[in-house]
Design a protein around this ligand. Structure first.
Ligand SMILES: *[C@@H]1O[C@H](CO)[C@@H](O)[C@H](O)[C@H]1NC(C)=O
Ligand SMILES: *[C@@H]1O[C@H](CO)[C@@H](O)[C@H](O)[C@H]1NC(C)=O
Ligand SMILES: *[C@@H]1O[C@H](CO)[C@@H](O)[C@H](O)[C@H]1NC(C)=O
Length: 427
């Protein structure tokens, strides 16, 4: 009656109506990544058969592949590629191919395919959820000098572009200044002042790029100048509609009550980048009222303060004003000005206001709460373990790394890695 045809790697060809072939049931593929090709090539749909003997209405797809190919998928939804790793959009085979995607397994009870979109250098992104990877992905690419990508908004409603750097391995910045000089990942848009400039190792990081009211394509321009570097990247480009956007002013927006935040190029033999001025925001989760930050490990906070000759300047106060404008513009107390003066490159952690009242004078532990942080320890007095709690919302960390004017040791400028944990409200 019904046909059975086994397709390697897929749910054993037999789907009882009403049961989705979930990622868990999918046998792990030998190929870890196969991003450029359809799983089964042209005949991918072939082989999905359904058990008829239990009386449910089912389709023998072997007999009607063409019908299925055009069958509209009743709802738009995200799906997972059959390897369970990449995210795609569930649509019918025909639509997927027309839009330039590749099908990677079935979705919507077999009525659709999980359509994965990919792009590489000198191409244009025209679909939501598109993976931008180096040309030789999943292998390293060497000997390349430029790479450009443009991103077209899928609709007027798109308010932000989110980039997830699943893999991001470019050449390092200048070791002594932190400037991205030879390898540069540069994102911008015509008529926009927004820009992003990074390099080095940024796997696991993400950014939001505001594209509200932008008419033109967003451009990613990569300059790959460093010699003898093996580069490797895979960046998921998601188009965020207005209703799902991250708060204004947040380059990064972390969700979840625990997590890790780090500065760009926080890596072994890395160093923090120059010319970075942004906020890392953390969504306040339900029933959570405060947040505790701790360095990820002993060496997870290294942001060299100004060097001695600058510190010894007697006119510290007069200099402070010029430095302050760099800050997030939230608390311009005298205290912060003094701290800012010491830290040319700095991390700003809002802290509870009561602690701002000159703790030293009240005989408390010195500086239990200091807005700006630099040096080789996050906690001002070097307390161990170092934990900083804040109930100032929204939960935000300012990263302000200036233009490097003088050379400083990379070891003293690794940057910052913090774990955070939100704490429930006490009633
Ligand atoms: C098909 O469904 C019937 C009834 O649910 C079941 O007994 C039978 O084992 C199924 N056949 C296969 C091959 O799964
Ligand atoms: C992209 O980079 C190339 C090479 O560095 C440069 O010639 C070109 O003008 C850049 N394009 C944009 C849009 O910035
Ligand atoms: C793009 O995909 C994401 C993830 O599925 C989704 O949340 C978002 O709404 C989509 N964007 C648009 C413009 O549909």
């Amino acid at each position: 009656m019904w046909k059975r045809k086994v397709v390697h790697g897929w749910c054993s060809a037999m789907i009882v109506a009403g049961m989705l072939c979930s990622a868990e049931t999918i046998r792990k593929e030998k190929r870890e990544v196969d991003i450029w090709k359809d799983d089964e090539g042209e005949n991918q749909v072939e082989g999905l058969a359904v058990n008829l003997s239990n009386g449910d209405s089912v389709i023998d797809i072997n007999r009607m592949p063409r019908v299925l190919n055009f069958f509209p998928v009743p709802f738009v939804e995200e799906c997972r590629a059959r390897d369970g790793r990449r995210r795609g959009i569930c649509m019918n085979t025909y639509e997927c191919r027309i839009q330039g995607g590749n099908s990677h397994g079935f979705c919507a009870l077999g009525f659709g395919v999980c359509c994965i979109f990919t792009a590489t250098c000198n191409q244009q992104v025209i679909n939501n959820l598109t993976y931008f990877a180096n040309p030789d992905y999943p292998d390293f690419t060497t000997g390349m000098s430029t790479c450009q990508l443009s991103i077209r908004k899928v609709s007027q409603d798109v308010s932000q572009i989110r980039l997830d750097f699943i893999h991001f391995n470019l050449g390092q910045p200048n070791r002594n200044t932190g400037e991205c000089e030879q390898d540069i990942f540069y994102m911008t848009a015509p008529t926009s002042t927004r820009e992003l400039k990074i390099c080095g190792m940024n796997s696991g990081q993400h950014v939001y790029f505001d594209v509200e009211n932008l008419e033109y394509d967003i451009e990613i321009n990569m300059t790959l100048g460093r010699k003898a570097v093996t580069r490797f990247w895979e960046v998921l480009v998601t188009q965020i509609p207005f209703t799902e956007r991250a708060p204004v002013g947040c380059l990064q927006y972390h969700q979840g009550s625990t997590g890790i935040v780090q500065t760009m190029n926080f890596a072994d033999n890395g160093r923090h980048l120059a010319d970075q001025d942004y906020n890392i925001c953390i969504r306040q989760e339900l029933d959570m009222c405060s947040i505790i930050y701790e360095p990820c490990h002993e060496n997870a906070f290294r942001i060299a303060p100004n060097t001695e000759d600058e510190d010894e300047n007697d006119e510290e106060d007069s200099e402070a004003d010029t430095n302050v404008e760099e800050g997030s513009g939230t608390d311009d107390t005298e205290e912060t000005m003094r701290a800012l003066d010491l830290c040319n490159d700095k991390i700003v952690l809002p802290c509870d206001s009561e602690d701002l009242v000159m703790p030293e004078m009240l005989g408390m532990t010195p500086s239990t709460c200091s807005l700006t942080h630099c040096g080789s320890t996050l906690c001002p007095s070097g307390n161990s373990p170092c934990r900083i709690e804040s109930s100032i919302t929204p939960f935000t960390i300012g990263v302000h790394f200036g233009h490097s004017v003088k050379e400083t040791s990379p070891e003293e400028n690794l940057g910052m890695c913090l774990t955070y944990e939100q704490m429930p409200c006490v009633t």
